[in-house]
Design a protein around this ligand. Structure first.
Ligand code: SF4
Length: 273
């Protein structure tokens, strides 16, 4: 059972840091995330540590915030280029967004007064609902859809509450057909079938490959404390929990995409226009 609440935020645009230093700001329409992925290290951050409920079982919707975003956006744009990563500690298209429409209201604010670049990171096909607004930002936008595997058994073991893989692939296809810049984020690399690269390259022309060892901000130590190795081993995929395994995924994609469309780790999450 997820606990929902609505809260009025005091500020929205946060200075970006660490892995996201290529951006001026991060933007999170929600605190908390209904997906509660097993490997999500936000659960170890202050935003989650001070909550009674476990990570994945609470969400605060930042209500009434589009006007605040418009105000902050105008102010920050006066200071210099504004490049926004949405979102760094939640999924902007988690199920609650279907009714709350906070992410949509943020896009409306950004269509009226565009940032220099917007990166939308999600694992939800709900993003296709907003194609109309995303098209208005398409020259300064990338939509990145997490697709860590093509195997539903693996998706269910690591991220049981996340949307099925087929829906994400269909969403990537729909976004690309609408003329929007997309990528599949194979992040983190999870066990997949030999057909994985071909399937993903069939719906997007760019991929970012990242793993627990490069992308968790601590060379894999955070992931180790979350007990993720045990899930690999229980599934009989212990040999995939290896800091060189991503290279196999890179070479699989090389058969379908040109090298410049295959990004590794942080490079795939940087502003690119
Ligand atoms: S969707 Fe992202 S923010 Fe949400 S639980 Fe999964 S990894 Fe964490």
């Amino acid at each position: 059972m997820t606990t929902f609440s609505r809260k009025q935020p005091k500020s929205l645009l946060n200075p970006a840091s660490g892995y996201l230093t290529g951006y001026s700001h991060t933007l999170n329409p929600y605190a908390g995330c209904q997906y509660g992925c097993s490997y999500c290290y936000v659960r170890k951050m202050p935003v989650a540590l001070f909550r009674r409920e476990p990570w994945g079982e609470w969400v605060d919707a930042k209500i009434g915030s589009a006007q605040l975003l418009a105000k902050e956006l105008a102010k920050e744009k006066r200071k210099g280029p504004v490049t926004i990563f949405m979102s760094s500690s939640t999924d902007p298209y988690q199920p609650l967004e279907a009714s709350e429409q906070i992410t949509r209201s943020f896009l409306e604010a950004m269509v009226s007064d565009p940032p220099d670049f917007l990166f939308v990171q999600t694992r939800s096909p709900l993003v296709t609902r907003d194609i109309d607004l995303l098209l208005a930002l398409k020259d300064r936008l990338r939509i990145s859809m997490t697709v860590e595997t093509d195997l539903e058994s693996v998706r269910k073991a690591f991220t049981p509450s996340a949307p099925p893989v087929a829906g994400r692939l269909a969403a990537l296809r729909k976004l690309a057909e609408a003329g929007l810049p997309t990528q599949a984020a194979v992040s983190p690399v999870l066990p997949s079938s030999p057909a994985f690269a071909e399937i993903v390259a069939g719906v997007t022309d760019r991929v970012c490959i990242d793993d627990f060892f490069m992308g968790d901000g601590s060379l894999g130590r955070r992931t180790e404390t979350l007990g993720i190795r045990a899930i690999f081993e229980e599934m009989g995929f212990g040999d995939w929990y290896d800091r060189k395994r991503y290279l196999d995924i890179v070479s699989a994609f090389e058969a379908y995409l040109p090298p410049k469309r295959i990004k590794i780790s942080q490079a795939g999450f940087l502003p690119d226009v």
